[in-house]
Each structure stands twice: as structure tokens, then as C-alpha cells.
Ligand binder design. Structure first.
Ligand code: FFO
Ligand code: ATP
Length: 175
């Protein structure tokens, strides 16, 4: 399912990019966004919802922006995003902040959760399969949202839901 979905997202890259602007507008209208002083997002790959516009919007509103860094044992920590130049590309090809224990923040006010597919009726998701977000979200108590372009949207989960899967609090959908 994951491989099939990656292919679909590749085919729909241009459409996802167009929809991203609308998704950001809807995100900015939520109370979760408006109340957040700190937000966590990712450095998007080409098949994902582009995140530079999210970072820009957050900065403009004075919100602190955090990015994930993957750690041993499939752990993930969030570190401040200051400049593109400070990021180090991981072995998975994703630029990440450098590790600094004193800067880790595992409770940003709002986490924008990435994924490959989202179920509209249950808010369950499929990610890249590392289990990083499921492990993190099991410990996290703030707000979670996901930006869902049409290519990631499913009326219901046609995949297996596992015990460790964590629902996203709010899915932002295109009209
Ligand atoms: N843009 C973005 N950044 C992100 C995520 C994401 O979904 N999107 N993540 C969301 O979680 C984390 C990284 N997720 C990962 C998920 C899976 C694998 C993974 O399966 N790696 C394989 C090697 C690749 C392969 O299968 O060939 C492995 O560990 O064996 C790595 C990272 C943190 N950063
Ligand atoms: N809270 C957890 N504790 C221990 N193991 C976990 C936990 N959550 C997930 N896992 C393990 O991680 C593996 C990957 O999970 P899954 O396939 O749901 O990843 P994903 O949600 O698609 O990926 P990601 O969260 O990185 O985007 C599973 O094999 C599962 O056993």
C-alpha cells in the first residue's frame, strides 16, 4: 500500500503543490494554529505537502519553528529551525537540525504531522513506515493536525490499523 501510495503522490506532485496554498490558508484559520507559539513541521520531500510556505507563515507571525531529527532506536526529537544552512542531511536524505540536548522541545504547541495517506472518517494515517511519529505522538500531549491534499485523502482506511497507530486530532482537507 505504501509503495503504491508513493507512486500516486509522485504522479500528483504538481496538484499537491497547488493545493498546499489552500491547505495553509485553512490551517491558519484554525484556533490550534492561532494559539500556537511554537509549531513543528518537517523539511518536505517532493512528494509531500511543501512546508516552506508553512515555515514562512509561522515566522511572519512570530511562532517558533521546530524540525524533527531522527535518533537511534527510531526515536525522534524536535529542535529549533533557524536557518537552512544549519541543517545536516541525514542518511535518509532529509535535512535535519544538529543535535543539541539543551534545545530539544518535545512539547511544541502544535505538531503538523506528515504522512502518505489519511482516513477522513477515523483520522488514522499511514507514514513512511519508520514509526517515528507513532512513537513520538504516544508521549505528546499538545495539538496535532495534518495537511491532506486530495492524493492523500481516503474516505475510510483501506489499510490495517495497528494498536500503536495514533489518530491525528484534526485533518485539514481541500474542499
Ligand atoms: N519530510 C519528512 N521528514 C520526516 C518524516 C517524514 O515523514 N517526512 N518522518 C516521518 O516519520 C521522519 C523520518 N522518517 C523516516 C521514515 C522511514 C524511514 C525508513 O524506513 N528508512 C529505512 C530505509 C529506507 C528503505 O526502506 O529503503 C530503514 O530505516 O530501514 C526513515 C525515515 C522525520 N522526518
Ligand atoms: N509507540 C510505539 N512503540 C513501539 N513501537 C512502535 C510504536 N509505534 C510504532 N511502532 C513500530 O514502528 C513500526 C512502524 O510503524 P508504522 O508502520 O505505523 O509507521 P508510520 O506511522 O507509517 O511511520 P512514521 O510514523 O515514521 O511516519 C511498526 O513496526 C511498529 O511496531
Amino acid at each position: 500500500m505504501r509503495q503504491q501510495q508513493i507512486q500516486k503522490l509522485k504522479t500528483n506532485q504538481a496538484k499537491t503543490k497547488v493545493e498546499a496554498a489552500k491547505l495553509l490558508q485553512k490551517l491558519m484559520a484554525t484556533t490550534e494554529w492561532q494559539n500556537a507559539k511554537s509549531i513543528a513541521t518537517t523539511v518536505s520531500s517532493p512528494i509531500e505537502v511543501p512546508t516552506p510556505i508553512i515555515v514562512e507563515a509561522a515566522r511572519k507571525e512570530g511562532k517558533k519553528v521546530y524540525l524533527p531529527k531522527t535518533m537511534p532506536h527510531r526515536q525522534m526529537v524536535f529542535l529549533p529551525f533557524n536557518s537552512r544552512e544549519d541543517l545536516i542531511t541525514s542518511k535518509f536524505g532529509i535535512p535535519e537540525p544538529a543535535y543539541d540536548e539543551t534545545l530539544v522541545n518535545q512539547e511544541p504547541d502544535l505538531v503538523i504531522v506528515p504522512g502518505l495517506a489519511f482516513a477522513e472518517d477515523s483520522n488514522y494515517r499511514v507514514g513512511f513506515g519508520g514509526g517515528y511519529y507513532d512513537r513520538f505522538l504516544a508521549q505528546y500531549s499538545g495539538s496535532t493536525v495534518a495537511l491532506v491534499p486530495s492524493a492523500m485523502r481516503f474516505a475510510t482506511a483501506d489499510w490495517e490499523i495497528e494498536d500503536y497507530d495514533v489518530k491525528i486530532q484534526k485533518l485539514i482537507l481541500v474542499d
